[in-house]
Each structure stands twice: as C-alpha cells, then as structure tokens.
Design a binder for this molecule. Structure first.
Ligand code: ASP
Length: 333
C-alpha cells in the first residue's frame, strides 16, 4: 500500500457554518473520516499547516507548503493538499516552480461545497485526489477537481459556483476520472529528484487595461513593483490615444531595471503582440517579455520564482522562456 501525506490548508472543503458565513474549521483527519474509501486505497498521514480561506493566502503560504513537501518528500509516495478553490490556481502554478520535476504526485484539491453539506463535491474530489496521488503515472503538481486532472501551470478557476470550477487553459487535461477509474492522456516529464525553491520575490504587480485607461496607473505600478504584468486586449499591444505615452512609460521603466510582461486578458489561445501596429513597437523592445500561451497565474508564480534567483536581464529572459512543467509552449523570443 502506498503512503500519502495529506496537507490541510483550509478552504470550503473544510468549512462549516459559523453564524451565516462559512469558515474553515475541519482538520484533514476529520475530512478523511468522512471518506472511508480512501483508507482502502492507501495509508495516510496528515499535517494541518493552516486552516484559512484561500482568499487570504499569500506567497508566504506557498513557501510553507513547499517546505512541508520538501521535508517529507522521501517519506511518502505522494501528496494531497486540501485547499480553497479561490486561489488554488495561483498556488498550483507557484508550486510548479517551487517543486520542479517531481516524479511523485503533488495533488491540490478542494470543493465548491463543504464536506458536511448534503450535496457536496468534497468527497468525490478527495477520493479522486487520493487515486491520483497513488498513481505511478501522475507526476508533479496538478489540480484534481470534478473528475479532471489539470496541470498546475495550466489551471484557472473559470466558474465561481458550479462543480466544474477549473479549466485547463491552452493545454489538454492530463487525465479524467470516472467512478474512481483514472484515464490518463498525458504523462508530464519528471526527474528522479525534484528541485525545490523557496526564495521568491513577491514584488510583482498586475494591471488589466480598460478602454481609456489612466496611464498614471501603470506609471505608479512601475514605480512600486519590480515586475509588472500588463493584461492587454486581444492578441496584445499597448493602446495609443494619439501619442506614445504608454510606450514611453514602459521604456522608461525598463531603463530603470523593471521587468514588463505583456499578456492578454483573453483567456484562451494567448498573445501575439506583433500582429497589429499598436503592439509592433513593443516587440521591438527586446527587454519586454511576452507571455504567449501562459496563464496569468503561471506568469505571476514564474516571475516571483525567477526574481527570487536573479536580477540579470539575460538570465531573467532565459528563465522566462525556458518551459517549466509545460507552462509555455507556443512562443518565440
Ligand atoms: N473562499 C473559499 C476559498 O478559497 C472558496 C472555496 O474553497 O471554494 O477558500
């Protein structure tokens, strides 16, 4: 029988009503007691790292989860992390950089409805997560939710209420689960020993453009942050309202050593900023990075991880365009 470590972090799955609002209260042991089928699959030990609504999670929580997996890596065959759904895609992406190349499964799961409710997705999601954690073929960081296995770098919460809360963006599902049977389509690469990183530079900001955007907002962000992600429209590009003011802000920020990343606010298919004239000029700026088919969640985690290691522009460029856990596939530098 395989040995799995369950790491509890909170979320709806562990929530109960206090008054009229939900808050995480149950321990991982209490969750397991409600899904007895898991004890027939594997031996489980539990660590309750914290019990928070994932809305309040920060990169410091990602570091604690990574340290917990690292410190227990040799003792277990796989890991199940119970987690709130609201920021699970950010955690999954960040952990994909902080735990690289793991041959053992590191599975995040949670639920849209608490485990104690009459109608809940908690039990099936937990059981499916353990089925994946016991598999010899599922490797590295993945989200298991609603019968789908989604690569950690490709997940996004796309539904706020229904059980099909997560989608795989610009990448196929790794596997599906039906009645406990795992049907795997893709086997991610892994190495014998994973590499762990816990140094992050969290000074990363994001701006989503709206028509008529106040350019001062970008100016402010480039003053405050080491790296700024710009979610532009369509395939990308910077708007110009009769002048090059936005482009000037970007060029000025780069000259001060800031990192600017262009991406798109369109969920599927990614960016290609060179297509239109409004984006062409930005592509002529070699220091501006373009995210192509990466998710914003993955860009965020990757930047924090890269800037935690280096400030050298050439290194940042190289690391950003080096695929990690299939986070970027269709790109050109
Ligand atoms: N607010 C909750 C959380 O992210 C939502 C959930 O778990 O579904 O912790």
């Amino acid at each position: 029988m395989k040995s799995i470590l369950m790491i509890g972090t909170g979320g709806t799955i562990a929530s109960q009503l206090s008054g009229s609002a939900l808050s995480p209260q149950l321990s991982p042991e209490e969750l397991l007691a409600l899904v007895p089928a898991i004890s027939k699959l594997c031996r489980v030990e539990c660590i309750s790292l914290f019990n928070v609504d994932s809305t309040s999670m920060t990169p410091a929580h990602w570091v604690k989860i990574t340290q917990c997996v690292r410190d227990n890596y040799d003792k277990y065959d796989g890991f199940v992390i119970s987690h709130g759904t609201d920021t699970m895609a950010y955690t999954a992406a960040a952990l994909s950089y902080m735990i690289r190349g793991s041959r053992k499964p590191v599975i995040l799961t949670g639920a849209q409805k608490p485990i104690g409710f009459d109608s809940t997705d908690s039990k099936i999601n937990l059981l499916d997560a353990f089925t994946c954690a016991c598999s010899d073929n599922i490797c590295g960081v993945n989200i298991v939710f609603n019968g789908r296995v989604i690569l950690g770098t490709r997940a996004r919460k796309t539904r706020s209420k229904s059980y099909a809360a997560f989608s795989s963006i610009n990448y196929p599902y790794i596997a599906t689960l039906q009645d406990g049977v795992l049907m795997q389509y893709i086997k991610p690469e892994s190495s014998e020993r994973p590499e762990f990183s816990t140094e992050l530079d969290t000074n990363v900001g994001l701006i989503k453009l709206i028509p008529g955007i106040d350019f001062e907002l970008l100016q402010f962000l480039t003053e405050r942050k080491d790296a700024v992600i710009i979610e532009a429209f369509g395939v990308g590009g910077l708007p110009s309202y009769g002048d090059d003011k936005l482009l000037d802000i970007v060029i000025n920020a780069i000259s001060r050593g800031k990192i600017i990343i262009m991406t798109t606010q369109v969920q599927n298919e990614g960016s290609n900023v060179g297509v239109y004239q409004v984006g062409h000029k930005i592509r002529e700026c070699p220091q501006v990075l373009e995210a192509f088919d990466m998710t914003t969640e993955a860009i965020t985690g990757k930047l924090m991880w890269i800037l935690g290691q280096t400030r050298a522009p050439a290194q940042i460029h190289r690391l950003f365009y080096t695929p990690v856990a299939n986070d970027i596939l269709n790109y050109r530098t």
